[in-house]
Design a protein around this ligand. Structure first.
Ligand code: PEP
Ligand code: MG
Length: 871
């Protein structure tokens, strides 16, 4: 027995989009609402899947069911398919669950043939109209069913018009269309070696089969891949009585949105064409008029449309995209669906719908895709402009945004050019702390090496600057100041455009639109905060970044990387002096100087945060990262420290490590030179005391975080020393303050022994960058070279530095969380690696029971939204 293969519009509802497709379920819903929808039925997705499974054989049962539904349409319309006097004509349209513009197969005017076209002529008294309809059927049927190139028909139409000296289709007369019908039928014969089928039922069966098959055409498959739509859904086919927008100047067709899909502005937004059929609007042959024009042309139709669109929007509780046709001043609705929209429009419409009482705040939050936040905050290239743009190279989408400018290969040159008023793009093999001044002035940063957690990526994300990292295909010659990719060499000053959202670098200047809708974002973020069950903090240390983070909704700072505070010429110089010190005494002068810098920064930080949480991480990178690299810098340092160039080079060699990421860094630095951490801790506590003293009722509880701890012994030893330093300050100042000393979980051993470390740590934060590096054994700086190959060969689904590796790294994290919470459920556990800002990873992190995540400021709102959406 057949079930669910054909369903009348009057029997379905909007909830059935799996079975009826989006278009079909909404046509059914509108029919239920008694709106003016031409009568019809839907052949279901199940019928499609069955057809495809049966080796594309249409079953007799399905044919019979379709015939029965046509017969009931005939009763309702009092017309008959194939009737020579008053023929029923139908449209055949595809419609899957998700709208797939790549597959839109539509055939209009089906049922016309050499005989019924005469009936239509008689009935309407308009031969011009009837033959125009017939030629359209030939054209669409030829294209969709028989695969005849559309241009074959268009060429003949153009040829005919020019022969007659016509400028447009409007000038075509009845006999012209009649002649063209004959020409079109010949094309049919020539290409398919068969005449155009005259039997309307044969037309119908062939059309339905063609739509079924279109589910598996190349463009549909590609569209599904791109949009993550399952291949197993199938498409439905909608058969509907034709209404004619091309029936003279009292008829027309159009598309309208209930609000502006680009800006979200309230009010009908759309266009229409008089005397036209649906595809004329889309085909762009004639320029449509704005919908407001309809008001003066057909006021009563316009009013009715306004009323109906309002009703539909209320019913669907969302902005609608409506297709309509007017036949002889009679309005018909042919489709409604939730309108596709830009990020700005999505936010605005959600806010309006809440204000209008149509949806709740919680519903509004569920409707916004966290990736839209990016589009709202960062510039994006104009899509039209990208179509013809020339790609220079691609890399990792390290920090979103769009920028154009002149390329420079050193921070110094970038800075000079920017001072001259140029827009600058900094291209480097990789960046280091020394490049910071060049990075700050750049519109975008591009590196040929390094991954999603490389210096360039982390710093750019922090600043909200567009960045493409790890463009392995670019050969960057910093000496010759040129970059080569795909046989093309760009020189200093050449113009490129960088898309940090997709990881693409284009040649030339591409216009972009600014994303600065903070207000809209703030409203939605505040609503999301009410629903969010775990906290979101930010990774930030500079005043600008902290301000941005707070403005974007961060509840505090979850990771202030203190090494970032040693950037800048003056500070790095003191750092170098400290590294060169050969005795304890020599160490103290630069350390004291550095302490002053740090205190200044911490005071600003505590003041800006005004009592909000603040986790400060002590120095992490190996010291050699701070040492000079170029001859000029080495000479400068030698002069300033009264050493020889040879001595400096010797020290650089001494500090050289084969594997610096596994070497003398993090807490290991403090084990050999505890004075560095002692200085940092003193700076933190002293500045906290100073700020707390000034601000009445201000409670500052600094959280001091030690990086790279792997054992309880390391943690205990360091903690005791740091507690001692703090106690000394308290007694010197005769003042106390609460503070916490915790650690990062970024070494697998720390995860496996977390309950022991918990005995001596007040809090934890997962450093998933290092934890991923150490769990996979993939260098975070070099894995860009091979991760792409792993993905291509399907050995890795995704880059584990971008999205958490749930199976491996995630397993270690679960162990650590369980052990710590078992030891003491009140100990707070955060995540401050880059995956902490990735919506997909956040869903997992929330599941394993972390208390908060911390991410770069610009990722904060999307993180809050993701958490609010996960119940
Ligand atoms: C980490 O390792 O995840 C982390 C946050 O620290 P960093 O990136 O500074 O090593
Ligand atoms: Mg780390």
């Amino acid at each position: 027995m057949l079930v669910n293969y054909v369903i009348d519009f009057s029997e379905g509802s909007k909830e059935q989009s799996d079975l009826l497709g989006g278009k079909g379920s909404n046509l059914a819903e509108m029919t239920k609402l008694k709106l003016p929808v031409p009568t019809g039925f839907t052949i279901t997705t199940e019928a499609c899947l069955d057809y495809l499974k049966q080796k594309e054989q249409m079953s007799d049962e399905l044919n019979l069911e379709i015939r029965q539904h046509i017969e009931s349409m005939e009763k309702r319309t009092k017309k008959r398919l194939g009737d020579a006097v008053d023929p029923l004509l139908v449209s055949v349209r595809s419609g899957s669950k998700f709208s797939m513009p790549g597959m839109m197969d539509t055939i209009l005017n089906l049922g016309l043939n050499d005989e019924t076209v005469l009936g239509l002529t008689q009935k309407t008294g308009d031969a011009r109209f009837a033959y125009d309809c017939y030629r359209r059927l030939l054209q669409m049927f030829g294209d969709v069913v028989c695969g005849i190139d559309k241009n074959r028909f268009e060429e003949q139409l153009d040829f005919y018009k020019s022969k007659k000296g016509y400028q447009s289709d409007i000038e075509m007369q009845a006999e012209d269309w009649q002649e063209l019908v004959a020409v079109y039928k010949n094309i049919f014969l020539e290409v398919t070696h068969q005449a155009f089928p005259q039997d309307p039922y044969e037309q119908l069966q062939l059309a339905v089969e063609a739509v079924f098959r279109s589910w598996n055409n190349r463009r549909a498959i590609t569209y599904r891949r791109l949009h993550d739509i399952s291949d197993s859904l199938g498409t439905a086919v909608n058969i509907q009585e034709m209404v004619f927008g091309n029936f003279g100047l009292d008829s027309g067709t159009g598309v309208a949105f209930t609000r502006n899909p680009a800006t979200g502005e309230k009010g009908i937004f759309g266009e229409f064409l008089l005397n036209a059929q649906g595809e004329d609007v889309v085909a762009g042959i004639r320029t449509p008029q704005p919908i407001s024009k309809l008001e003066s042309l057909m006021p009563e139709v316009y009013q009715e449309f306004l009323t109906l669109s309002h009703l539909l929007e209320r019913h669907y509780k969302d902005m609608q995209d409506i297709e309509f046709t007017i036949e002889n001043r009679q309005l018909y609705l042919l489709q409604t669906r939730n309108g596709k929209r830009t990020a700005k429009s999505a936010f605005k419409v959600c806010i309006q719908l809440v204000e209008e009482g149509i949806i709740s705040k919680a519903e509004a939050i569920q409707r916004i895709n966290p990736t839209m936040v990016t589009q709202l905050l960062h510039p994006v290239f104009e899509l039209d402009q990208l179509k013809n743009a020339e790609v220079f190279a691609t890399g990792l989408p390290a920090s979103p945004g769009a920028a154009s400018g002149n390329i420079y290969f050193t921070a110094e040159r970038a800075k000079q050019a920017s001072e001259q008023g140029e827009k600058v793009i900094l291209i480097r093999q990789e960046t280091s702390p020394e490049d910071i001044e060049g990075m700050v002035v750049s519109e975008a940063i591009v590196t040929s090496r390094g991954g999603m957690t490389s210096h360039a990526a982390v710093v750019a994300r922090g600043m909200g600057v567009c960045c493409v990292a790890g463009c392995e295909e670019i050969y960057v010659d910093e000496f010759l100041e040129q970059a080569t990719a795909g046989g093309i060499t760009l020189h200093q000053g050449d113009v490129v455009s960088v898309d940090g959202t997709t990881g693409t670098i284009y040649r030339g200047d591409i216009p972009y639109v600014e994303g600065d809708e903070w207000q809209l974002l703030e409203t939605i973020t505040n609503w999301a905060k009410e629903e969010a069950t775990i906290g979101v903090k930010a990774n930030a240390e500079t005043p600008a970044d902290i301000k941005t983070a707070l403005k974007l909704g961060a509840e505090g700072i979850g990771l202030a990387r203190t090494e970032h505070m040693f950037f800048g010429e003056e500070r790095i110089f003191e750092m170098r002096k400290m590294i060169l010190a050969e005795s304890e005494d020599a160490l103290m002068a630069p350390l004291n100087q550095l302490k002053e810098f740090q205190k200044e920064d911490f005071r600003t930080m505590f003041t800006l945060l005004n009592g909000k949480a603040c986790t400060i991480r002590l120095l992490d990178p190996p010291l050699h990262e701070f040492l000079p690299q170029t001859e000029a810098e080495i000479t400068h340092l030698a002069d300033a420290t009264q050493r020889t160039v040879g001595e400096i080079k010797h020290r650089i060699e001494e500090l050289h490590e084969q594997n610096p990421m596994l070497g003398h860094r993090g807490c290991r630095l403090a084990v050999t030179t505890p004075q560095i951490y002692e200085m940092q801790v003193a700076a933190i506590i002293e500045s906290a005391l100073e700020v707390a003293q000034k601000g009445k009722d201000l409670t500052i509880i600094p959280e001091i975080m030690i990086p790279l701890i792997g054992s309880q012994e390391e943690m205990r030893w360091l903690r005791e020393r740091l507690d001692q330093t703090i106690q000394t300050i308290f007694s010197e100042k005769n003042q106390v303050i609460s503070y916490k000393i915790g650690t990062m979980l970024e070494i697998p051993r720390a995860c496996l022994t977390a309950e022991k470390i918990a005995e001596v740590a007040d809090f934890f934060s997962f450093g998933t960058n290092d934890l991923t590096q150490l769990t996979y054994g993939f260098s975070r700086d070099d894995s860009g070279k091979f991760i792409g190959a792993y993905q291509q060969k399907q050995l890795l689904k995704e880059d584990p530095f971008q999205h958490i590796d749930e199976e491996g790294v995630g397993a270690l994290m679960r162990i650590a969380v369980d052990k710590i919470k078992h030891f003491d459920p009140s100990i707070k556990i955060g995540v401050c690696g880059e995956v902490g800002g990735d919506p997909q990873s956040i869903r997992f992190l929330k599941k394993i029971g972390v208390d908060y995540i911390s991410c770069s400021p610009y990722r904060v709102p999307a993180a809050i939204l993701t958490i609010a959406q996960e119940k």
